[in-house]
Design a protein around this ligand. Structure first.
Ligand code: UT7
Length: 310
């Protein structure tokens, strides 16, 4: 069968560091509270979605060693496009020198996993090589006087090259995509406006949908929790991750974590954490890797990957 295998990963962060101490100057908050209630110590801000996407995308292409001329499709997951029109994917495609179709996906923090599942489906209908990028520049829509959101959101990009392989078993063993638009009002930004969030309600639902989605994906994959080598959760709040891991009977040592240094980067969160875990040697060929995220919409998405596809 045709299956898509990740052959390269890349990440990008803007240079400007925004610490919890910095936030004490603009919002009624403090470092101790933020670390204790979210696990975040600092974050990066100041990027544009196209610029960060190009940097992460180029690194993923370099790591995979693929000739950019061989890329057949670009999927850019973002909830913060640079412009209303055109899709940021087209701008990124041009700047990367790709000659292929390109489109944006907006599923907020679930976006990269949505994009990866869609890309995997495209491989089965004949597309050979796909660049999937998750990128957000949330600092552009964050009100730094509003402590609820200012402490969490940040900018970043993560990218993956998905290459076709002929194999006996699929490299994506299970997946789940979901949405509940009835909860659209608990996390949103009007066009031209800033993010508004009912934090506690998002928290409560986040744990539930992460657990449900991960269970569905494990069931489709025919995999039990103890067989999973690494979980790459959406980096929203350490307490959400701890609670979901605990309910799934997965020890925290199996979680890929980077939120202390980068905060919640929405669509970039999962690919950046995956890139870092792979660079740290935490994933071996044949390992089962579970991606699981949730976000505004509400949306949620998970996928079970067999690393290297073998
Ligand atoms: O990508 C998806 C996006 N979003 C999320 O995943 C966010 C999910 N929600 C959260 O992460 C949390 O709800 C927050 C971090 C936003 C808030 O944490 P919380 O533990 O739910 O706080 P809370 O709103 O229940 O407030 C607890 C206390 C309150 O004080 P009292 O009433 O107990 O005296 C708040 O006034 O903490 C206070 N508080 C703060 N204090 C300092 C709330 N936010 C802050 C703050 N700094 N930033």
């Amino acid at each position: 069968m045709r299956t898509g295998v990740i052959t390269g990963l890349g990440s990008a962060l803007p240079e400007q560091v925004l610490t919890n101490k910095d936030l004490e100057l603009s919002a009624n908050t403090n470092d101790e509270w933020i670390v204790d209630r979210t696990g975040i110590r600092e974050r990066r801000i100041g990027g544009m979605t196209s610029t960060l996407s190009v940097e992460a995308g180029r690194k993923a292409l370099d790591q995979s060693g693929i000739d950019p001329a061989e890329i057949d499709l670009l999927v850019l997951a973002t909830t913060t496009p640079d412009q209303m029109v055109p899709a940021t994917a087209s701008v990124v495609q041009h700047q990367l020198g790709l000659n292929c179709g390109a489109f944006d996906v907006n599923a907020a923090c679930s976006g990269f996993t949505y994009g990866l599942v869609a890309a995997q489906g495209m491989v089965t209908i004949g597309v050979n090589n796909i660049l999937v990028i998750g990128c957000d520049s949330l600092s552009r829509i964050t009100d730094y006087t509003e402590r609820n959101t200012a402490i969490l959101f940040a900018d970043g990009a993560g990218a993956a090259v998905l290459q076709v392989q002929e194999a006996d078993t699929p490299a994506m063993l299970g997946w789940d995509l979901g949405s509940d638009g009835a909860a659209a009002g608990i996390l949103y930004a009007e066009i031209g406006g800033k993010l508004v969030m009912e934090g506690r309600e998002v928290f409560r639902r986040a744990v539930r949908v992460m657990v449900d989605s991960a269970r569905k994906t494990m069931e489709m994959a025919g995999v039990t929790a103890d067989e999973v080598a690494l979980v790459v959760p959406h980096q929203a709040n350490i307490r959400i991750i701890e609670s979901a891991m605990n309910k799934l009977d997965l020890p925290m040592e199996k979680a890929a974590l980077n939120l202390a240094r980068v905060g919640n980067t929405s669509s970039a969160s999962i690919p950046m954490a995956l890139d870092e875990a792979v660079a740290d040697g935490r994933v071996k060929p044949g390992d089962l890797v579970l991606l699981v995220g949730f976000g505004a919409g509400m949306t949620w998405a998970s996928a079970m990957l067999r690393w290297d596809g073998a």
